[in-house]
Design a protein around this ligand. Sequence first.
Ligand code: NAI
Ligand code: MG
Length: 352
Amino acid sequence: MKILKIASIPGDGIGREVVPAAIKVLEAIADVHGGLKFEFVEYPWSCEYYLEHGAMMPEDGLERLKEFDGIFLGAVGNPKIVPDHISLWGLLIKIRREFEQTINLRPAKMMNGIRSPLANPKDFDLIVIRENSEGEYSTVGGTIYQGEDEIAIQNAVFSRKATERAMRYAFDLASKRRSRVTSATKSNGIVYSMPFWDNVFKDVSKDYPDIQTDSQHIDALAAFFVTQPERFDVIVASNLFGDILTDIGAAVMGSIGIAPAANINVNGKYPSMFEPVHGSAPDIVGKGIANPIGQIWTAKMMLDHLGEEELGHQLLDVVEGVTGDGILTPDLGVRNTTKEVTEEIIHRLQAL
Ligand code: NAI
Ligand code: MG
């Protein structure tokens, strides 16, 4: 029996609705497999935890998480009781940074039965590899002077090590997909980091002669995500460019409620973390209508990462069967509940 130990952190808001739903789905798929078992340990770290303890997680929180094969997180944030920068940096970003989760993976594809806001969408299926540890999101810089003389300087940091790591990840992944990597650049406007980015891309691509490559400036690339998303297979992007592109990816899919993501530790020292793109959705919390598919697709990415790609594939097939039959939550224009969508998925898994 293969046992996978998973730390679950539902977090805030609808995280507490969609994480339990996805865990039920994971348990059902383990039964389908027969030789697989999940052991979940739930941690209540959240904004409410912060109110009680003065921190988003206990001091030995990371130490406890180290043991696990994976971390399954819902959403963090309840701005009514804790400012967002405290809750996000105290939990989510802390785990990403300390556990060296240097790659952020975000797929986007046309799902059966889900209406894209694009007028005439073709069948697209892409994945963005976002560098997750440096780039534009650095803490190097500062401010001087006040008033009309005030100056803010924010430095972007690009190391060969991290850039190459993200690109190799993209090429390796492309070789298992449609063998095409697009680099998101802006070397016509940003004169040091982006020409450097282009050079590393050229160097890495030499090791992958079977992979087709192209470079696109980020502004044009963003437009192509709307006009021709079907052009793309794997896209590698810096931290900021990847952040923006993936929100467009989620938008063209039809709802942020279905978009999954993974934060991958590639050196094997720490577990990876799996969390959907959406947040805690305070506007719909407690109504029982949160779309569980983002969290369930995220569970599929966790299965893939933990060596259960066949199961992951089966799971997404079943999810698309359910969406294809129009069993959808209100964010997708239908009136099914979280529970109904989840139960239908489980029911179909059990019938496999
Ligand atoms: P949000 O993603 O929570 O909600 C944006 C809109 O999408 C809302 O109208 C919401 O109802 C809808 N939505 C999101 N997920 C949905 C789902 N599964 N099913 C149906 N509808 C869904 O973003 P917002 O409102 O900007 O942020 C709320 C809180 O979440 C904030 O505290 C923010 O900091 C936090 N947040 C946390 C993230 C994380 O934990 N990774 C990511 C984004 C936001
Ligand atoms: Mg974002």
